[in-house]
Design a protein around this ligand. Structure first.
Ligand code: ZN
Length: 357
């Protein structure tokens, strides 16, 4: 078996190119004896799912076998880099294994006691948040994930869970540990407070208002809206209706506003990236659905970039330059013209290793 490959195709720039792979890296210098894998097609840097939990099953952590199957399902969809913002299962054993995507993880979700799905999170009271952030920063790969809001059963509404000043101290502690902080925020108050407290990224962000959008745009704070998965909001509202009608109405209002909110964020220049929120309630391997959803906000090329080269650059991964790790996909049809070309991938490669379908 050779580890020298040759691919001819169209790069994202529109140029035709011959690309070779040796020892897991891309080169544009011809290599003798390379096996030609594709002579026509479109070459893209491997896709990124910036919000995907391979270690989460409905209600609990997955076992190792399920996590491996989840990871492979993502890879088969063209995702060569998974950002896992919170997982009760530490999936580090997958690192560097041939035939799996790369990972950038937070540790476990950090939630306020009794203010999140049971069994997933490191649950703490505000007084212990800073210490928990340090612990999870050390368990992850440069990210910490807070659950920023959840239903408050006393008021019957969705409310922020962390006092802003404590969140600020926790974010500073994460930075001291070399990690960035992101947070699950559905509602309005959590995202406003956490952005004010200096957070590095927002997940979901359906409650963003004009002034917080402006701050995020000025600072370049990224947003991973998990837009397609927000279709769960009406169902969450229905389930809660009888006991928590205020919460239900709140979730429906957030759902109804989502396009306007994300369009405003896009137009203001907030960096937006593709994340599916797979794991638990959503199947793995559904990045195309999120790309199609993002295309309704900023068009197809914006959506493709948000799930490929632009997301990779954000997360510190190289693209298709000379010497970059060979993490790429090839499509038979032009994905720049028709995103559904991503349904049929001619090949998927991570570190120069072909993914087996
Ligand atoms: Zn999630």
């Amino acid at each position: 078996m050779t580890d020298r490959y040759h691919i001819h195709g169209v790069l994202p720039s529109g140029e035709q190119a011959d690309l070779w792979v040796e020892a897991g890296k891309i080169t544009y210098e011809p290599l003798a004896g390379a096996q030609t894998l594709a002579t026509a097609g479109w070459i893209l840097p491997g896709l990124v799912d910036a919000h995907c939990h391979v270690g989460i099953a409905a209600q609990a952590a997955t076992d190792q076998t399920t996590a491996e199957a989840n990871a492979k399902r993502n890879l088969a969809s063209g995702v060569t880099l998974v950002r896992e913002p919170g997982s009760p299962l530490d999936t580090h054993w997958l690192d560097g294994q041939p035939g799996y995507p790369r990972f950038i993880r937070a540790g476990r979700h950090i939630a306020r006691t009794a203010r999140y799905l049971r069994g997933y999170a490191n649950e703490v009271d505000p007084a212990d948040l800073v210490e928990a952030v340090r612990t999870e920063a050390r368990a992850g790969d440069g990210w910490v994930k807070l659950v920023g809001d959840w239903i408050d059963r006393d008021t019957g509404d969705l409310t922020a869970v962390w006092p802003e000043e404590i969140a600020r101290q926790a974010i500073l502690a994460a930075h001291e540990e070399g990690a960035q902080v992101t947070a699950h925020c559905f509602g309005e108050d959590s995202v406003a407070q956490l952005v004010a407290a200096g957070i590095d990224c927002i997940e979901h962000g359906s409650g963003l208002d004009e002034s917080t959008i402006k701050t995020m745009a000025e600072r370049g704070t990224p947003l991973v809206p998990t837009l397609d998965n927000l279709k769960i909001f009406p169902g969450l509202a229905d389930q809660a209706e009888a006991k928590f009608p205020i919460y239900a109405a709140h979730m429906r209002a957030l759902y109804d506003r989502r396009h306007a909110v994300f369009l405003a964020a896009y137009e203001a220049g907030v960096p937006i990236y593709a994340g599916t929120d797979s794991g638990g309630f959503r199947a793995h391997g559904t990045i195309l659905d999120e790309i199609l959803a993002l295309a309704t906000i900023g068009g197809p090329e914006f959506a493709l970039a948000a799930a490929s080269w632009r997301a990779r650059t954000w997360l510190g991964a190289l693209n298709l330059e000379e010497g970059a790790p060979a993490d790429l996909i090839v499509t038979g049809r032009n994905p720049h013209q028709d995103l559904t070309a991503l349904k049929e991938l001619s090949l998927v490669m991570v570190a120069g290793v072909l993914a087996t379908p």
